[in-house]
Design a binder for this molecule. Structure first.
Ligand SMILES: [Fe+2]
Ligand SMILES: [Fe+2]
Length: 179
């Protein structure tokens, strides 16, 4: 329950610096939708961000609700949205998993065979589970670093535009008449 959020926390810190308390709560709750859901990839699994997002929405408001809701790339794509910052921290989190611990859990849950089958085009069955995991870590880290940088650049550009608009008076609203 706390291990995955802990690795996501470390990944967030690597990508964006220390999270705020509110962001920390989002990190803690983002996968609560998996509780009681038997499938990771089926329809229930696909909608897993909704539980944490609803909770966070009540506690912290819309911006943080979206941070959690769009942490799943698949969910974001299905809804025509861009993934949130949390998505890339979630992706990078695998890098903070000790190899033996990750492989042990993936074997125990039966997911390891499925994951390896999905990656057969890139890494053959003759390679060890450890080699496969190192390959996955490299791949995920590359994507997470690239995408998070692009997202931060887009966000700061948006901020810049807002500043300009405020500065030019577009959003300054009605002014009181001088008396
Ligand atoms: Fe998730
Ligand atoms: Fe997650």
């Amino acid at each position: 329950m706390f291990w995955h959020p802990f690795t996501v926390y470390r990944a967030w810190t690597r990508l964006y610096g220390s999270p705020t308390v509110r962001e920390g709560i989002c990190i803690l709750l983002h996968d609560w939708g998996y509780w009681g859901s038997s499938e990771m990839d089926g329809a229930n699994g696909m909608r897993h961000p909704e539980v944490g997002a609803a909770l966070v929405g009540v506690l912290l408001g819309d911006a943080h609700r979206e941070l959690v809701l769009l942490h799943s790339r698949r969910y974001a794509r299905e809804h025509g949205r861009a993934p949130s910052k949390l998505c890339w921290a979630d992706k990078l989190s695998i890098v903070y998993e000790p190899n033996w611990f990750y492989i042990m859990r993936a074997r125990a849950s039966g997911e390891l065979d499925e994951y390896r089958r999905q990656a057969l085009n890139w890494i053959g069955p003759d390679r060890s589970d450890r080699e496969w995991l190192l390959w996955v870590k490299r791949r995920f880290a590359k994507t997470a670093l690239m995408e998070s940088r692009a997202l931060l650049a887009a966000l700061s550009q948006e901020k810049g535009k807002m500043h300009k608009c405020y500065g030019s008076g577009v959003f300054s609203g009605p002014r009181e008449k001088p008396r």
